[in-house]
Design a binder for this molecule. Sequence first.
Ligand code: F0G
Length: 365
Amino acid sequence: AHQWRGVIREYADRLPVTESTRVITLGEGGTPLVYAPALSEHTGNEVYLKVEGMNPTGSFKDRGMTMAITAAVEAGAKAVVCASTGNTSASAAAYAAQAGLTCAVLVPDGKIAMGKLSQAIAHGAELLQVDGNFDNCLDVARKLSESYPVFLVNSVNPARIEGQKTGAFEVVDFLGDAPDFHMLPVGNAGNITAYWRGYREYAAPYTNTAGEELAPVSTKTPIMWGFQAEGASPIVKGYPITEPETVATAIRIGNPASWQLAEEARDESGGMIDSVTDEEILLAHRWLSSKEGVFVEPASAAGVAGLLKHHAEGNAPQGKKIVITVTGHGLKDPQWALKGADGAEAEPTKVPFDVVAVADALGLN
Ligand code: F0G
């Protein structure tokens, strides 16, 4: 049977690598595109979820990080740095560990989900909690990489976007063509930029790294719908937010680095970037786990929240093929699952070790 070899080896002819490149990989990519029956039925579309929580460190960041760390090693780097709301740091730390690089991560104080923090620590990163938000962390990480011998692995690094565009390739390879719509969360705006690049590349003739002229793989590109959290929605509002706030800590970002590229993706695809409330995010989060069987972290549900919101308002597509990227695993930030829609903590029902009592509790008697 074929074993997936990671995005660099699977898509080597479309990525900036050569035969002699030492590939740093954990087997990322090749994630399932899961049909979502409840969302499909509810909205009258054919809806698929690109389940990026299935990547080695539990988020889509691994697609970009295999490229960024591979490029860092190729450039002779000894140390890498990133700013992160959590997932980038978990991913950078893991890939840097395999490469034998020192990894420094700058995270906003107190706003990182426990799962992500423990990953960065487990993989041996130098973890620095900055008294500031993500945007402040990115600012410092950038300046550090400009003045000191450390390699920046945030998505402002072009290698990251190159790796992440493979998400779009996999969607097209699986469906046989591009979907009509692609929906996803937007934080620092690297992922919407990367998907759009991947879709555009697959819809055009392409000269690969071996110099061969490849025919287009898809007949079209999708309409891109990106969703920010309302309390962290600078692109929707049209100005940077100095104090972004949302339960979706992964996308708690007030001044996205790829702001302009996200607007290009939106405009060139005829799409939109809109916001969803924390309540809408948590309802979509619960919808995914309870109706589709897919457990994600809150930020990951923003794309689904967006579809549900527009469906409720009567502005959603009908009869279309829709792919929604759910970006990270639910186990990263499990506290939200334990709270009901009413905010109360879910409590297991206590029973004695007795079959009749268990059947009673289950309403079987
Ligand atoms: N979903 C999750 C789970 C994320 O971790 C992120 C970004 C996004 C969506 C948004 O993607 O930034 O490309 O628009 N997390 C970054 C981090 C900022 O540091 O882990 P984006």
